[in-house]
Design a protein around this ligand. Structure first.
Ligand code: HAM
Length: 432
């Protein structure tokens, strides 16, 4: 016997029951962003590898070990222009599009949101997939700290609208300073980590040489111990960055949005500057507790060849949100239910039923029926399950005397009426 083909490691089949949660999240996210005048953007699923090398940064895990290369089956090493990777995150592609599509001349800031799959070749485990979905947003062209506050406010409101409150989540927040602070921060961290260099994990040993700040992001137990006594970033940031951070925190206090100051939060991507934040699942103590993360990236547009354009953004992992909604047994309203269930017994009834279904759904009713031949009992059972308010029953007798049975599914009462009167009755029962 042939072996069955399994789905690739780290991917998911999202079946109809779970799709209800996805639809629920997408609707809430979309409603919020549209009400704040964000536009939706979709960028390609694959991009040139250099976009992420330059954007996300060579000391990030994504670039170092998680890129999904896309290859044509007969590609040769010299086919450089076809060095593509599946998008591991959304920000770099959106900044590319901002420059390529001339969004610099649009009214600033440009506010964009997305709901898309991302791909990272990571080690799969619960809440960590090789293909996963994110909703996210980018606000490009504003340096005001009010934009930081509004961004965090939006995120907080979206999570609240999803049914997650301060009992479930917390916002971790920090500042990692502007590009002028970076030298001072790295110098003070390098000085500290030098003593422990040999005890750091291999990844952090390389971070030590390239970007000591990123060591703070390591989750290895042996590095965590060393990190716990590392110098505070805030002590090395400039006066302006301190002032900005203070304004952001005051703004959040004003709005009563709860947060935890986390002086070690640096985020896993190299483009960040100043305010960084994460939404953390309070009940999850694993590495996958981050439901979403973001921050300022004031230098990325310039790094990609544009003018100096400060920006801020955030992205959240849909699978992780779905997991906690399921764990919390969050009740969500499912999609539109059937209103009418058409039941047919016999070949002639089947034909007449098809025409009835076609006509009623053309008139805007949600009509459902059983596909294939089954008994009256089993069709009634399906009608019940479908949530339909009315069942219309056509059997041999009804065909013979041009009638139809209309059954009220709520109180199980039923009446036989002339077929020609069925639409009139339906309008009266369902639309009056
Ligand atoms: P990130 O922290 O890499 O940030 O990802 C954001 C969220 O995506 C994470 O908090 C997590 O919920 C989810 N996520 C990441 N990797 C996985 C995975 N392998 N499996 C399941 N979920 C995952 C970014 O992607 C930035 N682009 C966010 C941003 C936007 N910063 C500025 N603008």
């Amino acid at each position: 016997m042939n072996e069955t083909i399994k789905r690739p490691r780290g991917t998911k089949d999202i079946l109809p029951q779970e799709q209800n949660y996805w639809r629920y999240i997408e609707n809430i996210v979309e409603k919020k962003f549209l009400s704040f005048d964000f536009g939706k953007i979709t960028t390609p699923s694959f991009e040139h590898i250099s976009l992420f090398n330059r954007g996300v940064g060579e000391t990030s895990d994504i670039v170092q070990k998680e890129m999904f290369l896309v290859k044509k089956s007969d590609i040769t090493e010299s086919d450089n222009e076809e060095n593509y990777v599946l998008r591991p995150e959304g920000t770099a592609g959106i900044v590319r599009a901002y420059l390529e599509k001339g969004m610099q001349v649009w009214p600033q800031p440009v506010k964009l949101y997305y709901f898309e799959p991302m791909f990272r070749y990571c080690r799969p485990q619960k809440g960590r997939y090789r293909e996963f979905w994110q909703f996210g947003f980018e606000i490009i062209g504003s340096q005001s700290t009010q934009t930081d506050i509004l961004s965090i406010m939006l995120i907080w409101q979206i999570f609240n609208d999803l049914g997650l409150s301060e009992k479930d989540i917390i916002i971790d927040i920090n500042t990692i300073g502007c590009k002028n602070c970076r030298n001072k921060i790295n110098k003070s961290l390098a000085q500290y980590f030098q003593k422990y260099q040999k005890n750091l994990c291999p990844t952090c040993q390389s971070r030590f040489l390239k970007n000591p700040l990123r060591i703070l992001d390591c989750k290895e137990t042996k590095c965590q111990k060393i990190i716990s006594s590392a110098p505070q970033i805030i002590d090395s940031v400039c006066k302006n960055c301190k002032l900005d951070f203070k304004q952001v925190l005051e703004g959040l206090d004003e709005l009563n949005i709860p947060y935890d100051l986390n002086p070690k939060l640096v985020r896993g991507l190299d483009y960040y500057t100043k305010t960084t934040f994460e939404v953390r699942d309070l009940k999850d103590k694993t590495r996958q507790s981050s439901l979403g993360g973001g921050g300022r990236y004031d230098d990325l547009v310039e790094q990609f060849g544009g003018n100096n354009t400060p920006a801020i953004g955030f992205a959240a992992g849909i699978e992780r949100i779905v997991n906690i909604l399921i764990e919390k047994q969050t009740k969500i309203s499912t999609c539109q239910k059937s209103e009418i269930y058409v039941i047919q017994i016999g070949d002639k009834a089947e034909k007449k039923a098809l025409k009835l279904i076609y006509d009623l759904s053309n008139k805007g009713f949600n009509v459902n029926c059983t596909m294939g031949k089954t008994s009256l009992k089993s069709q009634l059972k399906s009608a019940n399950k479908s949530g339909a308010k009315l069942a219309l029953i056509l059997g041999q007798r009804e065909i013979f005397d041009k009638s139809i049975i209309v059954r009220d599914m709520q109180d199980s009462s039923q009446e036989s009426i002339p077929f020609s009167k069925v639409e009139e009755l339906i309008y009266r029962k369902l639309r009056s």
